[in-house]
Design a protein around this ligand. Sequence first.
Ligand code: SF4
Length: 447
Amino acid sequence: MTSNPESRVIEDVACTVCGCVCDDLRMHVQDSNLVWAERACPLAEPWFAALKTKRVTSPTIRDKPVSLEDALATAAARLAAARNPLIYGLANSSTPGQRAACRLADTLGATIDTTASRCHAPSIMALQQVGESTCSLGEVRHRADLVIYWGSNPVRSHPRHMERYTWEPSGMFLPPEGGGRTLAVIDVKPTETAELADLYLQVEKGQDFEVAWALRSLVLGKPLPQHPYGGVSWRELVELAERMKSCQCGIIFFGLGLARGPLGHHHVEAVLRLVTDLNAHTRFHAKRMRIPGDVAGADSVLCWQTGYPFSVNLQRGYPRYNPGEYSADDILRREEADVCLLVGTEGVAGLSAEAKKHLSSIPVICLEAAHFSGYSQAEIRIPTDVYGVHRTGTAYRMDEVPIPLRSFLPSEHPSDAEILADLERRIRAMRASLTEVTRSSSVPAQG
Ligand code: SF4
């Protein structure tokens, strides 16, 4: 950090815009304003630029500015009166906010769900079925000489992923000449990443399972009739299987192109089983390409707090996990939720039309970073500080490595953790006073 207090450069700042959580950004700050986010990619640049154009400056109730006290009191009253409250979001929060949300859900007997239920939920279910051969991104950078992107286009979705981990860096345990890596892409259509690849396999939409299963047969040395599988020719499959078996260390990064769709969990399961088979020949791993900055952290915190990563119901006083029954989208579509607390609003866009329709008909309390457009139909909107900008915290990178978040701008609002803890205190106090009133009214009068 430079010594001039008005103009500072803060090194090694982590970006939480996508699951890469790049922690090498340099922030140029002048008079408490960010003037340049050095090393921010095209995805992150507008996000940091928006910090200057704050949209929400004070809490609002039905679009009218109110004091924080009024907003919290009204929000607590709404939540305390709810029969089936839903807490949803958490993917752009941080460990303290996610932990406070779990505590509040427990106190309320609410359902708590993260944006993973509309993204990588099928992958998580597949992992629970067959396990995962996993590694850190550092290991990929230094050891992987075969990198496969399956149903993922990182050039667009994670612009610095290839620069930092797979394509550009020279690995510590790789031959120096040309980086010593092979890049393969499996996808339903040519992408920017496929243009850079040494090998591109175009699979028919929804046929990833056939391709993964055919590769399993080849890797296991079983006879495979010579015809195309899922639109991929037998010869291409043989070539890829040979490269997979003979590499020093391989990795499949799979994205929503593989995991989404009605049979997404079967596609992912097939790929994970393929990776397990490959470990009989060489070292091989599989990793999800997580999209939001701390969705992996939301999985982790929910797991250690409730035992389950998403779609958890606490109504009976103990956690119940059932994706499809306790997923936010399903609860909203079935019109079961009567109040919704959004911790970050980025998940709303991914909800189904029916879920959005019900959401617009119930009281919504929205904790949102001040510079996001947020969910404009929310009854109560409370701006929050941003972790990694105004507040310190922790974000989990896509490989579940926790990355410390630094703060480089002064705090302007409470954090979501502080608001959630305050709401919980108020609800406990309301319940305690209600119990007291009930008890005193049931004591017989002394004559
Ligand atoms: S790749 Fe992701 S984490 Fe890295 S700078 Fe871009 S948006 Fe931020």
